[in-house]
Design a protein around this ligand. Structure first.
Ligand code: MG
Length: 359
């Protein structure tokens, strides 16, 4: 192939909250917070842009969100609705190219270097995608267009909501020079603090440092960071990526020592996980139990079966066994239980291999 590759990253705007506002006209223009009960220890899943004005954001305790915005509309998540919208969006994207990599319910990468519309201009294509998604779902998306995946992701986040940001191949270094390092995927508060001590704030600052010096401070991750700061990313869109684990968890409003009560909770979680597996036509053999104690210490315990469990009762039984024999539950108070199935495979035949030569 001659010339740069063309990638688009699509990210739906405040997805869960936007679906709620679409389906409830009375929520529009108002702060909508999707998450658990504010009286419980749950956290905010997504909130509308009107709620962000109050300083509310994802992963904040719902109780804190309620204090910041008592007049907010607090809604329990409706995952069936979100996954339905997600399926529609992903199928729209696949009408433009089979090279779509879904990252979560509301996020995907597309390699549009070659596309089914034979459009040369990826910006025109991104506009079309956004319009198409809106026409069908009444939801807005933000898009990033760039010559590689990580730049496309950073770009899609720059002008939310309903944004479109383009990083042309000849403007990559210009785009990165003043970009704060924390905008790079994988740079969390820990890495940021280390870089700050080295007086490195922007990607441009990293250019003069060199991969070796970064690796000394950051380990293996330093070399990758150095490459990113220079705009390098050779990853390919992988259309067959899929979740390898399916799980559910719950944080309790009180720390619990009663093991019988915890076993009851595990029954709920097992039934939920088993239902999801069936919905998605997936199966896996490893049951994973996660326990977080009152002091925030967390353990995971797992057991691999000879065959995928046939019903939720089997998952429940194994989870109870792990809880009793392999954790300190009962002796130590528990604040969170999680249950999942990992090593998932699809029950259906794998998708056909795409013959790229066809384009
Ligand atoms: Mg999103």
């Amino acid at each position: 192939m001659i010339g740069p590759r063309k990638f688009i990253h699509i990210d739906m705007d405040a997805f869960f909250a936007a679906v709620e506002q679409r389906d409830h006209p009375e929520y529009r223009g108002k702060p909508v917070i999707v998450g658990g009960d504010p009286k419980s220890r749950s956290v905010v899943s997504t909130c509308s842009y009107e709620a962000r004005v109050f300083g509310i954001h994802s992963a904040m305790p719902t109780a804190q969100a309620k204090r910041l915005c008592p007049q907010g509309i607090f809604v329990h998540p409706h995952f069936e609705k979100y996954s339905e919208a997600s399926r529609t969006i992903m199928s729209i994207l696949r009408t433009y190219t089979p090279l779509v990599e879904q990252i979560s319910l509301d996020e995907a990468y597309l390699d549009v270097t070659e596309n089914l519309l034979r459009l040369e201009d990826p910006v025109a294509l991104a506009k079309l995608l956004k319009q198409h998604i809106f026409a069908v779902t009444h939801l807005t998306a933000s898009a990033g267009v760039a010559p590689n995946m990580f730049l496309a992701k950073i770009a899609s986040d720059m002008k939310k909501p309903d944004g479109l940001t383009v990083v042309p191949p000849d403007k990559v270094l210009e785009f990165l020079e003043d970009l704060p390092v924390r905008k790079l995927p994988g740079v969390g508060p820990k890495t940021e603090a280390i870089l700050e001590r080295m007086k490195l704030k922007t990607c441009g600052d990293l250019w003069g440092v060199g991969a070796r010096q970064l690796s000394e401070k950051l380990g293996k991750w330093g070399a990758g960071l150095y490459r990113m700061a220079q705009g390098k990313d050779d990853r390919e869109v992988n259309p067959y990526w899929e979740r390898t684990q399916l799980s559910a968890e719950e944080t309790f409003s009180k720390d619990i020592t009663d093991i019988a009560w915890l076993q009851g909770k595990l029954a709920e979680l097992a039934a939920h996980v088993f239902h999801e597996l069936q919905e998605e036509g997936r199966a896996g053999r490893t049951v994973v139990l996660k326990v977080k104690y009152h002091d925030f210490e967390q353990v995971t315990r797992s057991k691999t079966l000879s065959a995928p469990p046939r019903d939720w009762q089997i998952i429940h039984e194994i989870a109870c066994d792990l809880l009793e024999k392999k954790t300190a539950a009962g002796r130590k108070a528990v604040r969170l239980l999680g249950l999942g199935i990992s090593g998932l495979t699809s029950k259906e035949a794998p998708p056909p291999v795409i013959q790229k030569e066809l384009f």
